[in-house]
Design a protein around this ligand. Structure first.
Ligand code: ZN
Length: 203
């Protein structure tokens, strides 16, 4: 099982990190060890002083596919959840400056907690999905799938040109604006529409 992640997919988030708008989707991966089992906390890693939360919609791939055409891409996912793409922003900055890969900053243990999944068809409008994140009870991020630069089908199609998608693979689809730091003791709650799907304590 692999965890695909899309970077730089919301205009407002690009602006807050001073990044240009990408011409093609940007993707990277996290290992399976980035997941956190339900109910367990996120342990703040000692190699970073600036871990950020990034709430994202996460698709679960439902069948094997390669070179998927955009018009068929919707048949490769049936379920959606929310996840947090924890990012060691200080290490990411360093990697970027040196032109190095991002894994240190993005793929560490516990860096990708994901909620349970719900059928897309159970949502009131699967074409316009709202999601959000609260930190210590305060709303810090809010997004809508319609604000994505590249939509689900474009992402699935693009990524499948490079890597075969398999049943059970996950795809983080990018974060909206409002990313910020977490500290030991923080409490994060991620919502899909108005339903809380993920609850994580930082330890
Ligand atoms: Zn992200």
């Amino acid at each position: 099982m692999k965890i695909l992640c899309i970077g730089m997919n919301y205009h407002a988030h690009l602006a807050e990190l001073n990044n240009p708008v990408p011409e093609q989707p940007v993707f990277f991966m996290k290992p399976e060890s980035a997941l956190i089992r339900a109910g367990l906390p996120f342990f703040y890693p000692d190699f970073s002083k600036e871990v950020h939360y990034e709430v994202e919609l996460v698709l679960r791939i439902s069948k094997v596919g390669k070179h998927i055409q955009e018009r068929f891409a919707h048949t490769y996912y049936q379920e959606i959840g929310v996840g947090i793409d924890f990012t060691a922003r200080d290490l990411q900055r360093e990697c970027r400056q040196k032109g190095l890969p991002w894994e240190m900053a993005k793929a560490f243990d516990g860096s990708g907690p994901v909620s349970k999944f719900v059928p897309l068809q159970s949502l009131k409008n699967p074409a316009d999905i709202a999601f959000s994140l609260k930190k210590n009870g305060e709303l810090v991020q809010q997004g809508r799938s319609t604000d994505m630069i590249f939509n689900f089908n474009q992402l699935i199609s693009y990524v499948s040109n490079y890597t075969t998608l398999k049943m059970g693979d996950l795809m983080f689809t990018g974060t909206p604006s409002g990313v910020g730091p977490v500290q030991i003791g923080d409490h994060l709650e991620a919502f899909l529409e108005d339903k809380k799907l993920l609850d994580i304590k930082v330890k």
